[in-house]
Design a protein around this ligand. Sequence first.
Ligand SMILES: [Zn+2]
Length: 462
Amino acid sequence: MRRAPIGIVLTVVIGVVAAGSGQALGGGYLIRHAALVLTMDQSLGDGSLLGQLEDADVLMVDDKIADVGVNLPKPSGTSVIDGRGMIVMPGFVDTHEHAMQSIIRGCAADDTVVGWLARCTSGIRAANPTESEMYAAARLHTVGLIDSGVTTVNDWIGRFLTPVYRGDVRALVDSKLRFAVAVFGFATDGSDLAATVNLVKQEFIDQNPLATLQIASSPNPGTAAHVAVASQLALSLGVKLHVHLLENIADLASNQLQVLQNNGAFALGRDLHVAHFVHASDSDIATIAGLNASVAHNPLSNMRLASGIMRYPEIQNAGIRIGLGLDGGTNDTTDMFNNMRVAVGLQRAKSLNALGTPTIVEVLRAATLGGAEVLDMESQIGSLTPGKQADVIVIDPRVLNFAPSVALVNQLITNGQPQNVKYVFVAGKPLKSNGNLVGVNVGTVIKDAQAAADRIAPFLVP
Ligand SMILES: [Zn+2]
């Protein structure tokens, strides 16, 4: 490792103190002398898929990546972060979430999604939760996501009443994460969908540059009317329709792709976003590829619920955009490192091929730029390309679970844990700084979530 001259050391120390307080001294942050920068931009660095540079700097000015390179000049007023020994990369993009489900962590851990829905999410509905309870639940989740290095989350809210929407989306806004939220509304005939969409749009989305609207639906014969209304609304608003598709083997009986086709969802084309897609036939994969629709892969959830193993290689080979999702309470954690590890591990265990898809490089791409492509946000986020939004994470491998630094790219998957994420920036603002969550009282977040969980617990069948 190179030695820094004494002047640089002093600058670094001063800069870290400033960054540790969560306040930039002036116009941004310079991460200096990072051991490894994964830009995810093939035109930068070594030309590989990861766009790797060693002993390199990343400069953020205002909300954007200003420069990436070696020995960058420091603009005046910029805070310096000592990157020596660390890994810098784009923040993770979580393409399928249910933030408020953190309130039912561990519920029905011996059941499939069918039983889990009946025993756990139905319990939330039966408890008639208040806005502040759902805020507490989603707050716990979003804070966990930040801790894990997630910088963009795609939340999907099901058939719930207005207070649930208000609590959940308010927590997304307060998190300062970049987010897309898929709105279902609260009536099975779809008649109240537009009202809920209007509420969420006007109160939380339209004025927020970090927020994007989506429409949520579920393609089953019993909800066909909702799919029709939701598809029409998504088309008219020019937003994505986000659905669960072929998650559990029981879904095969519902002809879900047929329900989507018969009710206008195919007209959305690349604005159709499907979660899971586990029990997809060759022809289902060809259909989704033909539509240019995208897929959220949720391996931790699929494993927990005995849902199956998504046909990742076939789906990727068909040219379908794949991102990773944590899938709320069905995966129980907000740990994106664990999700990446499982995405690789499940395919290896199935194929008996250690070189199979996704490789370590492919899963790192899916968790960042791939997720951005799924959300059609790759012109803004997903790589450290100058001009893009400064959604950046810094990982410190020099700790017990990660050290020694031998093969850092591999170790992100084999060793990485949320506790290794030292800094998280969204739009150039620090949400985690020097290992501490910025502006968050973790004790209060946990206490509020526990109070909500205690009140709702009698309605669950754990
Ligand atoms: Zn889901």
